[in-house]
Structures are given as structure tokens and as C-alpha cells.
Design a protein around this ligand. Structure first.
Ligand code: NAP
Length: 251
């Protein structure tokens, strides 16, 4: 039974197969005696969002995952500046006043990424290659810009201002000391794949950051560390996002 002051939080997406957030938050609520519950809302259509909001008057915040990070934008009353630049939202704060309801959207992918990258920045690491051009890549790009690091996308089908994998020659690899994998290559269960970059051109000055956190050490990270590069997986980014969501919902 719901307690009188119980708050509800949740995740919207489709399909929702595995959910780190649900386990993380419900364990947190129990351990810290917080009167709240975290639910998964598997919505076949983003239009179903308003039904969920009507059904759960105690709903105070949402996380948003694939495929709704962009589709949810028209439902928001306000959007954080960085999330607007990225064009995607993955945290919603629901502000309920007597007769009104307000939704504000944020992008915690960006904040989680840049907070986890900050301690690893060196003077030489002032330019970055972003492998992939999907939703996570856009958040990474904005995070890099906010940290004063110049990003460029690497794509299988490069558009103007982007690089192709065949462009990654010694000059490009030397100029870009941060390389971030935002492609799904190497993610469980296809752990024997990795982005097609010239690993032999990596040095200890390079940082190879993989957004993937399962497995702990991806093939991208393994091959990069064989050439002395510093490596990092996406676990800290994932954990930071949960902290960030909680702070947004409570601030
Ligand atoms: P996405 O929208 O599917 O984008 C991935 C991009 O990777 C695509 O736009 C594509 O760019 C490239 N790509 C896709 N398949 C590829 C292939 N077979 N070979 C080479 N490139 C390929 O995915 P996303 O939502 O951005 O997420 C990307 C990854 O980041 C996922 O593994 C996700 O789990 C991870 N992620 C982690 C966190 C975290 O907290 N650690 C947060 C968000 C996402 P081009 O077509 O331009 O090549």
C-alpha cells in the first residue's frame, strides 16, 4: 500500500528489458528509509504519458529512455538550456502546484559524462573524436564543448564537418587525444566487436572512453590499453546520472 506522503518516480521507454534505474532507486529508498517507489512504465506510444501522469498523482519525476528522449519534448513546459542544445531529454521534473502541473526536462547523459571526464583532462587532451553520431554522441558533444574541448564526430557516413573512419590518419590521431566510443560496438552480448580505428597510433597521452559499461572492459578499451592509452568505461557516467536525476527531482 502506498504511504500517505509516498512519492513515485519512474522510467518511460519501450521496450523496457533491463532497468538499472529501477533496481538502483528502490534499493536506495529502502536503505535510506525514503517514502518513495520507482516504477517502470513501458509505453507503446509517448501519447500514453499523460495517462500515467493522471493515474499516479504522486508522480514526481521521470527518467526517459529509448525511443522517447526526443519525442517527449513537445510535452515539456520548460527545457534546460543544455538539453535544448542537445535536442534530447532523459530526466523530467514534475512540479505539481494546487491546480497546475509543470514538466521541466534535463539531459543527465551530458552532465554525467562531463563530470566523469573532468578529472581526466590534461593540457594535451584538448580535442576529441566522438565515434558515432546518435543520441548519446550529441550529449557527449555538448559536454565536451562545455569543458572547452573541441569535438568532432566520426561516422560511417560522414556529413560535412565530420570525419569518416578512413580519415583517422597519424595527424588526426595525434591531434585528438580523447576518443569516445558512443557506438554500440562491443556491448554485451557482442563483446568481440570494436570501432574500426587505428589502435596502433594510440599513445599513453590518449584517453579512450567507452560509454559501454557491460562488459567492464570492452574490446575497444582492451586494444587501446595494449598501446598504453588510459581507458575508462561508462559505469561512472551511469551512476552519476542516477545521482543527478535524484538531485534534479529534489532541488
Ligand atoms: P544510437 O542512437 O543507436 O547511436 C549509436 C551511433 O553509433 C549511431 O548513430 C551510429 O553512428 C553508430 N553505430 C551504430 N551501429 C554501428 C556499427 N555497427 N558500426 C559502427 N558504428 C555504429 O545509440 P545511443 O543511444 O547513442 O547509445 C550509444 C551507446 O552509448 C550505447 O552502447 C549505450 O548503451 C551507451 N550509453 C551509455 C550511457 C552511460 O550512462 N554510460 C548513456 C547513454 C548511452 P554513424 O551511423 O554515424 O556511424
Amino acid at each position: 500500500m502506498a504511504g500517505k506522503g509516498e512519492r513515485i518516480f519512474g522510467l518511460i521507454g519501450f521496450p523496457l528489458t533491463h532497468s538499472f534505474s529501477k533496481i538502483y532507486f528502490n534499493q536506495k529508498f529502502e536503505a535510506e528509509h525514503i517514502d518513495a517507489r520507482y516504477l517502470n512504465f513501458e509505453l507503446p506510444d509517448i501519447g500514453d504519458l499523460m495517462e500515467v501522469v493522471a493515474q499516479y498523482p504522486a508522480l514526481s519525476g521521470l527518467n526517459v529512455t529509448i525511443p522517447y528522449k526526443e519525442q517527449v519534448l513537445p510535452y515539456l513546459d520548460e527545457i534546460d538550456e543544455d538539453a535544448a542544445k542537445i535536442g534530447a531529454v532523459n530526466v523530467i521534473k514534475i512540479i505539481r502546484k494546487k491546480n497546475s502541473l509543470k514538466f521541466k526536462g534535463y539531459n543527465s547523459d551530458m552532465i554525467g559524462f562531463s563530470d566523469s571526464l573532468k578529472p581526466l583532462i590534461t593540457p594535451a587532451r584538448n580535442k576529441a573524436l566522438i565515434l558515432g553520431t546518435g543520441g548519446a554522441a550529441k550529449a557527449v558533444r555538448q559536454g565536451l564543448i562545455n569543458l572547452g574541448i573541441e569535438p568532432i564526430y566520426v561516422s560511417r557516413t560522414p556529413k560535412e564537418g565530420e570525419l569518416g573512419y578512413e580519415d583517422l590518419d597519424p595527424t588526426v590521431m595525434d591531434a585528438h587525444k580523447i576518443i569516445i566510443n558512443t557506438t554500440p560496438l562491443g556491448m554485451y552480448p557482442k563483446i568481440d566487436t570494436c570501432p574500426d580505428i587505428p589502435y596502433g597510433l594510440l599513445t599513453p597521452e590518449h584517453l579512450c572512453y567507452d560509454l559501454i559499461y557491460n562488459p567492464d572492459v570492452t574490446l575497444f578499451m582492451k586494444r587501446a590499453s595494449e598501446h598504453g592509452a588510459e581507458v575508462k568505461n561508462g559505469l561512472e557516467m551511469l551512476l552519476l546520472q542516477a545521482f543527478i536525476s535524484w538531485n534534479i527531482w529534489n532541488e
